[in-house]
Design a binder for this molecule. Sequence first.
Ligand SMILES: [Zn+2]
Length: 386
Amino acid sequence: MIQRQLKLRLHPSQERHLHTWLFQLTGVWNWAIRTIEQDAKDGIYYTQKDFHNLLSHHGRKLGIPSHTLQGMLDTAYLAWARCFKKLAKKPRLKGQRNKLTSIPFPDPFKAPAGTHVLIPSLGHVRFHAQALPAGLLKSGRIIKRASGWSLCLCIDAPPNAIPPVAAGAIGIDPGFHTLLTLSTGEKRAHPHELRQTERRLGQAQRGDRARLVARLHERLANQRKDRNHTLSRRLVAENRVIVWSKDNATGLARAFGKSVASAAHAQLRGLLSSKCPASGRQFLAVPSRFSTKTCSACGSLSGPTGYAGLKVRQWSCAACGSAHDRDVNAAINTLHAGVGTPHERRRKAVPGIPWLEPWGGSTMVDTHAAASTVREQPQKIAPAPV
Ligand SMILES: [Zn+2]
């Protein structure tokens, strides 16, 4: 299942229509949230179908497609279900300060003809031309953004595999000063999108221009997403095994605030973890514990630690004397945590991970070619009976 977004070019009357629906669906959402809150006793409440039936025939009264109404009720129902299972916080009511911005369409869509797509009860809607992959359009959602309206489609098609260029193994240490440090010694500089826009953002906020503020925030999010897609694509193409150093993101966000959000490491990690299996690559997330403190050459715990050790960027090991760059050392330790140290890998292959040569960077091995040569090996001929 893959997702594509079409940027819509709405007629003013269609836009008015959608604004009315958003207004009415806000009421539906708030009603649903309050109803479940009042009626649920110890997490026991309606079944999903009974809950739909409470508002049967209301779609026609409100002029909203009945399945869109049900989609809204489902969203509210699932939000509460997640809360009762202690997976999420209590769902919030929608209003002026916490606006509803999307309209669900849970039914399959017809394939768009040219640059027009048929939306239930709204008719044919134009969109900016975009090629869609072949497959059934299972469901959709109209989203209102600062830049305009878009239709998000769920398409029943396999994701595209990224063609491999190399077959290396890499450990990644995410950071704020440098965005990523790789175990090969490469450092990826932080583009600091937020720092570049901060001045304009401040001006817009002081000028009380809410729409401009929203637009700038949307652009920042797009820049981060674009950067992460480019980066993850390159890493997946070049590496057979990717090991990510997993930090405590919530704790870090409490200590470092907006640098966590602006780095968008969680998004990058999510992209890597979804692109790797689709391209036949392996993604591992290992805890970051001791990754900075450990010497990657001898394994002694002689490196910098804690907040006081944060400013130590270069250090040399007290046990073996090897000089280390703080981040590169952490990235190498991350790789060791995922696939084993060179010594361990020489002793035994780690289960579930293909054998890797003791390194010096990426090894150029074409996995497909290797697999085909194995298959073409001549079969052993049984010795003739004597
Ligand atoms: Zn050492």
